[in-house]
Design a protein around this ligand. Structure first.
Ligand SMILES: Nc1nc2c(ncn2[C@@H]2O[C@H](COP(=O)(O)OP(=O)(O)O)[C@@H](O)[C@H]2O)c(=O)[nH]1
Ligand SMILES: [Mg+2]
Length: 216
């Protein structure tokens, strides 16, 4: 390397800046007495449906805001809004994940004194969102049995950086002859103690347990 070369430490400069912004978001949530949950997972695993189900179950207990992250469209925000929940859509256009600054911009659009629980649906993929904390108290990852049997083993870092794994669509396990225990074993190989909850966002099976484990 010569003195003509400028080097950039991506971890320090990019991830470090995001972590600082996430810490600010966390303090904003705390000031307002808001609990926030970052919901990660591939496209189609049921993140939005799970948030819809949780909003229905928790409507009497919490004033809920949903922040939806997608490259384009307001489809997910509109789905959740149809349950009477306030929503903010962030369209990242090209970015494969939300970052803490995007979330801060979204939070500035609303009156935070009106809420005490925020669900943040991250952009659908199992890779990028894991590296970008948003200031939420928990990062949960939703996987589902329709993604096939290897998604846990192929994404160990995402599992390591999550506070909980939700295995969704268990209602389809029998029809697809899918061994849900094998997913749990794969998670255990990566983290022996990570909470794992099996649910069906569609039928509601396991959702009470999820609420209990999330301490909501
Ligand atoms: N059978 C079944 N289908 C589900 C379940 N959860 C979601 N789906 C379906 O899976 C598709 C993707 O769900 P969606 O919530 O949009 O996934 P997202 O992309 O992760 O937000 C939709 O057609 C849902 O109806 C579930 O628990 N069981
Ligand atoms: Mg969605």
């Amino acid at each position: 390397m010569t003195d003509k070369t400028i080097t950039i430490d991506v971890r320090k400069d990019l991830f470090g800046a995001n972590e600082e912004a996430a810490a600010i978001n966390a303090s904003i949530f705390e000031q307002h007495g808001i609990r926030a949950i970052d919901v990660m997972g591939s496209v189609g695993t049921g993140k939005t449906m799970l948030i819809e189900t949780l909003c229905e179950r928790l409507a009497d207990k919490y004033r809920i805001l949903m922040v939806a992250g997608d490259l384009a469209t307001t489809i997910d925000a509109d789905r959740v809004a149809s349950h009477g929940v306030d929503t903010v859509q962030i369209n990242t256009q090209t970015a494969c994940h939300l970052d803490a600054r995007m979330v801060r911009v979204a939070l500035k659009k609303v009156d935070l004194s009106k809420y005490d629980l925020v669900f943040i649906e991250n952009v659908g993929n199992l890779i990028c969102p894991a590296g970008y904390p948003l200031g939420a108290e928990k990062k949960i990852v939703v996987v589902s049995i329709t993604e096939g049997p290897y998604m846990i083993r192929k994404h160990p870092l995402t599992i390591k950086r999550s506070d909980m794994v939700v295995i969704n669509k268990v209602d389809l396990a029998e029809a697809l002859e899918f061994d849900v225990d094998s997913l749990v074993r794969d998670i255990r190989e990566i983290d022996a103690t990570l909470p794992v909850v099996r649910v069906s966002a569609k039928t509601g099976e396991g959702v009470d347990e999820l609420i209990r484990v999330l301490d909501l």
